[in-house]
Write a protein that binds this ligand. Structure first.
Ligand SMILES: NC(=O)c1ccc[n+]([C@@H]2O[C@H](COP(=O)([O-])OP(=O)(O)OC[C@H]3O[C@@H](n4cnc5c(N)ncnc54)[C@H](OP(=O)(O)O)[C@@H]3O)[C@@H](O)[C@H]2O)c1
Length: 342
């Protein structure tokens, strides 16, 4: 690609699609060219509200538009594999929301397709790209708080119980782990890499998906991480690293545009602030466009291997906790079109 702008197409016009549209509209080099919904009316409304040039009433019709360079997948987890596969096979680059797929086998399949088609593929785990998150990792790696003994990270919210919402629907690969438990898990994997010890336990609903999952990981540097996600109660959404010389503490809502403090023993607390340029979603878009402009099919900031580590770790957690999805959601052999059967 030689041009310095990217024509984006948004696939699925739900909540996150709106946030991402706002980021694209205010980011240099990004053109919010198209949006696709299963309903033409919804696509038209989304396009009008978010200043999108083209509104498609089916996903396929947008994917077939040769003007679309890169597709942002904003559908439920259950649909990411099928949606991404169709886009890659049609020659589109893809930025796909977290959780990337339902399982690691599906992600391996997608990575294989992206490689053979020479297309860019990246997971939109926005926290990874935030400047504050990157700075916190730098300080921890430099040993600023000393040896990190423990880390606690939580994401807990009392969501209204609605069996039709994707969060509570096993057919949409709902449950806490893939949706918000992924954030504390991401933090431990990003800061300390693959755990040498992993223990997890969930509270399951009657339909075998989790509403609460707690994980303990231990990493090669010795750090023990206590990680919790829940959709059933409000917990402070906090993350803190406790080291031999002091602590690094993220502000509440630590996975969003990150501010944090460092408090060393006997010293005054130091604040680090990183106001976002837009709403925080711009950083993943900027990284995707940088890769496209440089002809890269994989980001070294969010490489396939790191997304695979997340998916493989979640597979292991699901196994330990008995979190089970309908069999057809796990499949790589019989992808169900664009996922429209659910
Ligand atoms: N990074 C973040 O901060 C963040 C925050 C929230 C969610 N997410 C992720 O973003 C993705 C979407 O979440 P969301 O909260 O935006 O969900 P949402 O509001 O329910 O939107 C999902 C969209 O997917 C489409 N869809 C296709 N098939 C569907 C089906 N069978 N049932 C329901 N929707 C279907 C719908 O779009 P059409 O009707 O237009 O086709 C729907 O509006 C998930 O992967 C989630 O984990 C990320």
């Amino acid at each position: 690609m030689t041009k310095n702008t990217s024509n984006w197409g948004i696939l699925g016009c739900g909540w996150i699609a709106e946030q991402f549209a706002e980021a694209l509209n205010r980011t240099e080099g990004a053109v919010l060219y198209a949006a696709a919904s299963r309903s033409q009316k919804k696509a038209d409304e989304f396009a009008k509200k978010n200043k999108v040039s083209k509104a498609y009433g089916s996903y396929l019709s947008m994917i077939e538009d040769p003007e679309v360079d890169i597709v942002y997948i904003a559908t439920p987890h259950s649909h990411h594999f099928a949606n991404t596969k169709v886009c890659l096979e049609a020659g589109k680059h893809v930025l796909c929301e977290k959780a990337f797929t339902v399982n690691a086998a599906q992600l391996k399949e997608l990575i294989g397709i992206a490689k053979s088609k020479k297309r860019f593929l990246m997971e939109a785990l926005w926290s990874r790209f935030l400047p504050g998150m990157i700075k916190a990792k730098e300080l921890i790696s430099q040993g600023v708080i000393g040896e990190v003994i423990t880390m606690d990270a939580d994401f807990g919210m009392n969501f209204p119980l609605d069996p039709n919402h994707r969060l509570f629907n096993p057919y949409l690969a709902g449950g806490v782990l893939l949706d918000i438990g992924i954030y504390p898990l991401f933090l431990s994997l990003f800061m300390f890499d693959k755990p040498k010890v992993l223990k997890a336990h969930s509270l399951l609903d009657d339909n075998s998906i989790d509403h609460t999952t707690s994980m303990i990981t231990q990493h090669s540097n010795g750090t023990i991480c206590n990680l919790t996600g829940t959709t059933r109660t409000n917990r402070p959404v906090k993350a803190t690293f406790y080291g031999s010389k002091g602590k690094l503490e993220f502000d509440n809502w630590w996975f969003t545009p990150v501010n944090f403090t460092v408090e060393l023993e006997g010293q005054k607390k130091r604040e680090y602030k990183f106001p976002p340029m837009v709403n925080g979603y711009e950083y993943e878009a900027i990284e995707a466009m940088r890769c496209l402009n440089e002809g890269l099919n994989e980001s070294e900031i969010m490489p396939h291997s790191f997304s695979l580590l997340i998916m493989e770790t979640m597979d292991e957690i699901r196994q330990q906790c008995g979190i089970v999805y309908p069999k057809e959601l796990e499949s790589i052999d019989k992808p169900y079109g664009l996922g429209e059967m659910y």
